[in-house]
Write a new protein. Structure first.
Ligand code: COA
Length: 286
């Protein structure tokens, strides 16, 4: 049943981002549309605050990151994140910049709840970092992506190069990084930078539908599964085998709703569902 949209309070109040909770979906919205949601230090602080709050908010099951207006994000703020900080001593500069690395990469990478990037328009440079750090991504067909760093004289840092080589094929990553050419949402989907692209008018609806699908899953198993998919990539087969065994035991031990038992009982004894086709009926509803 719809609970409508809840706007949680923040202290200090958010100035460059917006947080909304809608039926288990936490919308974390970059909110500087007049600056094409360029990521300034204040915006980075706000996004970190939202993600940290959503992670422990029981009302939030899935987080969607998107941008206000017609833009996902024009990347790092060239004025407030670069030029205005250039004069600061190195340590002070790093202190100001820390929230960017934190929310755009580390927090998202190890996030306890599933995350979706919803790319609704321009997506440049530094915006590729949170885009790739999210578990899934959906773009509007006509969204415009660009690794524009080469166009204004820097190497794609802030994990952007690492992020594109983790998702795109070598030729594609290299082509777009060294030409700075833009590509649209359809092309991003074809290159597997995003999971899918849809017509702009369907973007929110499709993202919400996917978020609800994820919200219906067992959260303990969801957390273990998404972490395992990330972690095993760097492991040998033997280490992965042992890690997955340990993670499976951890999920069994930690799962308050005892999902495995419910799943087996409902299929084998009650014959009330088919695990190949849908999830078990979650008694806790949590
Ligand atoms: N950093 C700082 N300010 C930015 C910005 C950025 N990354 N992207 C946009 N803005 C600001 C513009 O300076 C402008 O500010 P103003 O109104 O005070 O002059 C405002 O946002 C609107 O931008 P504008 O360029 O007029 O919008 P547009 O719709 O015509 O073009 C873009 C949109 C995204 C194509 C264009 O703004 C752009 O190329 N931005 C830079 C993208 C980029 O290279 N990012 C990489 C960062 S790593």
């Amino acid at each position: 049943m719809s609970q409508g949209i809840i706007t949680p309070e923040f202290d200090p109040p958010l100035t460059c981002a917006r947080a909304e909770i809608e039926n288990g979906v936490g919308w974390a919205i970059l909110n500087r549309p007049d600056k094409r949601n360029a990521m300034s230090p204040a915006l980075n602080d706000d996004m970190l605050a939202i993600l940290e709050a959503f992670e422990i908010d029981e009302r939030v099951k899935v987080v969607v990151i998107t941008g206000a207006g017609d833009t996902f994000s024009a990347g790092m703020d060239l004025k407030e994140f670069f030029r205005d900080l250039d004069h600061l001593p190195y340590n002070q500069k790093m202190r100001v910049k820390r929230s960017a690395w934190q929310w755009q990469w580390k927090t998202l990478l190890y996030y306890q709840k599933p995350t979706i990037a919803m790319v609704n328009g321009w997506c440049f440079g530094g915006a590729f970092t949170p885009l790739v750090a999210c578990d899934l991504a959906i773009a509007a067909d006509d969204a415009q992506f660009g690794l524009s760093e080469i166009n204004w004289g820097i190497i794609p840092g802030g994990q952007v190069t690492k992020a594109i080589t983790a998702t795109m094929a070598h030729r594609d990553a290299m082509f777009y990084a060294i030409t700075g050419e833009t590509f649209d949402g359809k092309k991003a989907s074809e290159m597997r930078l995003v999971n899918e692209s849809v017509p702009a008018e369907r973007l929110r609806e499709r993202t919400y539908e996917l978020a609800q699908q994820l919200a219906g899953k067992n959260p303990t198993v969801m957390r273990g599964t998404k972490m395992a998919v990330r972690m095993v990539q760097e492991m040998s087969w033997d280490v992965s085998d042992d890690y997955l065994m340990a993670k499976s035991s951890e999920a069994l031990f930690l799962d308050p709703e005892r999902g495995r038992q419910q799943g087996l009982k409902q299929f084998l004894d009650d014959k009330s569902y088919k695990p190949g086709l849908s999830g078990y009926a979650r008694e806790s509803g949590e």
